[in-house]
Design a protein around this ligand. Structure first.
Ligand SMILES: Nc1nc2c(c(=O)[nH]1)N[C@H]1C(S)=C(S)[C@@H](COP(=O)(O)OP(=O)(O)OC[C@H]3O[C@@H](n4cnc5c(=O)[nH]c(N)nc54)[C@H](O)[C@@H]3O)O[C@H]1N2
Ligand SMILES: Nc1nc2c(c(=O)[nH]1)N[C@H]1C(S)=C(S)[C@@H](COP(=O)(O)OP(=O)(O)OC[C@H]3O[C@@H](n4cnc5c(=O)[nH]c(N)nc54)[C@H](O)[C@@H]3O)O[C@H]1N2
Ligand SMILES: [Mo]
Length: 784
């Protein structure tokens, strides 16, 4: 096996970017070949095939690349190009040698890109950075646990510790991790969901009583109309394209609503079908609406108004009266409210034409069963919670919930972000959960809400955080306002990262830091009672097992469960009412406790071993029961903001390229959007470029504008003409994060509003020119 890490960093120079027209289609043969090459190169055909054939299979492991659901009838290859990349990235035979830590100072590593850091290979030994030193050095597991326990005990209050979770963590780990935090006495449990579907959880939780998908996988194939809003499945949930293709085969119409032209929503070539390989594939969207950023709530209101107008024209035939009478509240107030909807305002806020809106309304009225799906294009706006409530309003009017082929379908991101929430990873878990936890374990969990992600950064900046523990993730790069986040992390006393791969969060630390390397999903987890399985929950509330298949890359690695147990035992020894050691010996014991604390997990161990696992109960989906404040589904009146775009300014979103997983960068290319060799791009509508006097291909500095008056800037990005909605520009995250002010968050969910930041473009400055000269870390260090 050629197991060498790249010595050279990739130099990021926007001037070397190659730009071609965006693709009209996704996947197909290029998808398959791209997916195989890296796996084969790195690990040899045999190992790669074992991994790829076990992915998403019963007795196999769950793909870590997204939370897309598994169909009941799985194919031998139930994975996509991007899943293959994620597996290859994790299961690489390349490891970081001990000599690496002495050779590379933290300051020197700060000049490296996220790409280079990730490509150094797997972390295989615990390392420690003492106070005043600029290097990590090896430390034993026992010493590491003892040190962490010591610093936790030295705190003045448990709230001086924060426990972050990224959404890859399995259910069992998440459950004992939150138990550790709450036994210590804090609810400081921020997680990636705070930056992701928090707005969905908040909106749906309030109006239908549960923040999760109201449909099952098979409902896609039964729908008459599927509306895909603010989501790029071709890149981020590629297997969803198969479900959309099936729906089309069954006669469904599909409408895409997006600020950008996205290849995966236009046409799809299924690599597992002859027609896909040889032919033109399936045209996905029957209607493609290029909407103004943040305009979706206005569009939903406009369609709801059309529904009422159609009802007025043919009384008794349009609204689902039986459903509304029995199950919903708030209809009349909403009817009154949308009567006065300002038609000009709708056109301004959506950037759409009346004809386009009418066409969507006609489709909605023609369809008996409608599914609306969405992701970050709705959740990361100032108004996100209201926007999502408007989606629910529209669905409720015609009874599109709790019946086959219809419902609300937020598609989650990280592969177990939904399960982590179910397990109690949330800074504001309800009393019912906390009381059950107390009873099960004989502890007294704290009741005051803890920090979410944004508040955790504010606390760090204020110097209130002595110990930071992260179960996976790379929060310093993922969160908004990179510079504020970096400043915060440098003030933390001890920074503990439980990780598989090196990233910038390991370098952005305060006095002391520890990296604890753990098994990935693909690796066999052997404990005293034998090989262990874990479990995950996908986007449609299905719980299934995930079990590693290949030998761990190093015998020194511990499982995430072992790490949590190690910290707990170092803290409390045998002086805890909780049998932590038992958890580690046999994960079945953790599942027994979960069964007692969390509704829906009856016979957890038994049902997990059944072929397809099981589906959690869901009132609205199963029986149209709505556990809300009123006991009904609440149709709500929501004020919507309109983000003004002053003269000469644009609204910027930051999103994912095709070759990345969040802050993990696989390459500098974004194939479907026609970008190669650099990520420093800003996509702009050609008419906006002309209006701003910028030529297609010019290098620009991007400044964001916010009430606090701070000049946030990233340098030397290439402006590229692209089919985006007028006035709306796009760049990639994490590069765009320095532009998003920490205080610019969604109302009601506090999610960074990274999809509608007011910016201006300026000709590249001297600083920008220096960046463009191609220093590898330039992308990372650009900023205010
Ligand atoms: N390969 C791969 N897979 C992933 C990930 C990854 O990084 N790589 N990340 C995972 C995670 S954690 C998540 S949360 C998901 C994210 O999945 P997505 O939500 O698809 O991710 P984004 O790239 O942020 O894409 C947002 C989409 O919304 C559109 N959009 C932006 N603003 C608006 C708006 O105001 N209205 C409308 N209608 N559209 C808008 C954008 O143009 C873009 O198409 O993917 C998951 N899967
Ligand atoms: N501007 C902007 N910012 C965004 C977004 C956006 O669309 N725009 N999206 C937001 C969203 S939706 C999300 S979910 C967040 C993501 O935020 P995070 O979840 O914090 O970030 P990731 O990049 O997914 O974390 C990657 C790291 O996780 C570690 N890791 C990988 N696998 C494992 C494992 O199995 N176990 C452990 N312990 N560690 C592992 C590796 O060290 C890797 O470097 O970013 C958010 N930030
Ligand atoms: Mo996410």
């Amino acid at each position: 096996m050629a197991a060498k890490a790249p010595i050279e960093d990739i130099s990021e120079d926007a001037r070397e970017m190659e730009v071609s027209p965006p693709r009209e289609w996704a996947a197909g043969i290029p998808g398959v070949t791209h997916s195989m090459i890296p796996a084969m190169k790195d690990m040899g055909v045999g190992r790669a095939l074992t991994l790829l054939t076990d992915m998403n299979q019963k007795d196999g492991f769950d793909c870590m690349s997204c939370a897309w659901a598994d169909p009941d009838h799985r194919k031998t290859f139930e994975f996509c190009e991007n899943g293959a990349k994620a597996v290859t990235w994790e299961a690489t035979p390349v490891t970081i040698p001990t000599s690496f830590w002495a050779q590379n100072s933290l300051s020197a590593l700060m000049d490296k890109s996220e790409y280079w850091l990730g490509m150094q290979g797997r972390l295989v030994e615990p390392v420690y950075k003492p106070k005043g030193k600029d290097h990590y050095q090896p430390i034993s597991w026992d010493e590491a646990f003892a040190l962490i326990a010591d610093r936790l005990k030295a705190m003045d209050s448990p709230d001086e510790a924060t426990f972050y979770t990224s959404g890859r963590t399995a259910n069992e780990t998440a459950f004992i991790y939150q138990l550790l935090a709450r036994s210590l006495g804090t609810n400081n449990l921020p997680d990636c969901s705070n930056m992701c579907h928090e707005s969905t959880g908040k909106a749906m939780g309030q109006v239908i009583g549960i923040g999760k998908n109201t449909i099952a996988y098979k409902d896609f194939a039964k729908a008459d109309l599927i509306i895909v809003m603010g989501q790029n499945p071709g890149t981020n949930h590629p297997r969803m394209l198969t479900a959309l293709e099936e729906a089309k085969d069954n006669g469904a119409e599909i409408v895409a609503i997006n600020t950008l032209h996205e290849a995966g929503l236009s046409r799809y070539k299924n690599p597992q079908r002859v027609r896909g390989i040889l032919g033109r594939g399936t045209g996905i969207a029957d209607q493609y609406m290029l909407i103004r950023a943040g305009g979706d709530g206005w569009l939903m209101k406009a369609i709801s108004q059309k529904v009422f107008q159609a009802e007025d024209a043919a009384p008794g035939t349009v609204l689902d009266h039986a459903f509304l009478n029995e199950h919903c509240s708030g209809l009349e107030e909403f009817r009154e409210h949308v009567k006065d909807l300002d038609a000009d305002m709708v056109l301004r806020a959506t950037g759409l034409t009346q004809a386009e809106i009418d066409e969507l309304a006609d489709r909605y009225l023609r369809a008996d069963k409608v599914v609306i799906t969405w992701a970050m294009g709705l959740t990361q706006h100032r108004d996100a919670v209201s926007i999502i409530k408007e989606v629910i309003n529209l669905l409720l009017l015609r009874g599109n919930m709790g019946k086959p082929g219809a419902g609300a379908s937020p598609i989650r991101g990280h592969s177990n972000v939904q399960g982590d929430r179910t397990m109690g990873i949330w800074e504001q878990m309800p009393e019912k959960f906390l009381a059950a936890l107390d009873k099960e374990f004989g502890i007294t969990a704290p009741r005051a809400h803890g920090y979410d992600v944004v508040k955790s950064v504010e606390a760090m900046v204020a110097g209130k955080t002595k110990v930071w523990i992260a179960m996976g993730g790379n929060m310093v790069s993922a969160v908004s306002d990179t510079h504020a986040a970096e400043e915060g992390f440098r003030k933390v006393g001890l920074n503990v990262q439980i990780s598989t791969k090196l990233n910038r969060n390991h370098l952005t630390v305060g006095d002391e830091a520890i990296i604890l390397p753990v098994l990935g999903r693909t690796e066999i987890d052997l404990q005293e009672s034998g090989e262990q399985s874990l479990s995950v929950e996908d986007s449609v509330c299905a719980i299934h097992a995930t079990k590693g298949k290949v030998k761990p890359i190093s015998p020194l690695l511990k499982s995430e469960v072992s790490v949590v147990v190690g910290i707990a035992r170092a803290l409390w020894g045998d002086d805890s009412p909780i049998d932590w050691a038992g958890f580690e010996r046999d994960y079945d014991t953790i599942r027994d406790h979960i069964e007692h604390v969390i509704p829906g997990f009856t016979d957890f161990n038994k049902r997990l071993r059944e072929e397809h696992g099981f589906v959690l109960p869901h009132g609205p989906r199963d029986s149209r029961t709505f556990p809300t404040a009123t006991g009904k589904a609440m149709i709500t009146v929501n004020d919507l903001e309109y983000i003004e775009r002053p003269q000469g300014r644009l609204l910027l979103q930051s999103m994912r390229a095709h070759d990345q997983f969040n802050t993990t960068i696989y390459s500098l290319d974004d194939r479907y959007r026609g970008i190669r060799k650099s990520r420093r791009v800003i996509f702009v509508n050609p008419d906006d470029l002309a209006e701003l006097g910028i030529a297609d291909g010019d290098l620009v500095d991007v400044h964001s504008e916010f009430a606090d008056g701070i000049d946030r800037v990233v340098h030397a990005f290439k402006a590229v003409a692209f089919p985006t909605s007028r006035g709306c520009a796009a760049t990639y995250f994490p590069e765009g994060n320095p532009l998003v002010p920490l205080g610019f968050t969604a109302l009601g969910s506090n999610t960074p509003a990274s999809k509608s930041v007011v910016i201006r473009l300026e000709p590249v400055s001297a600083q920008g020119r220096a960046d463009a000269a191609g220093a590898p870390g330039a992308m990372a260090t650009a900023g205010r």
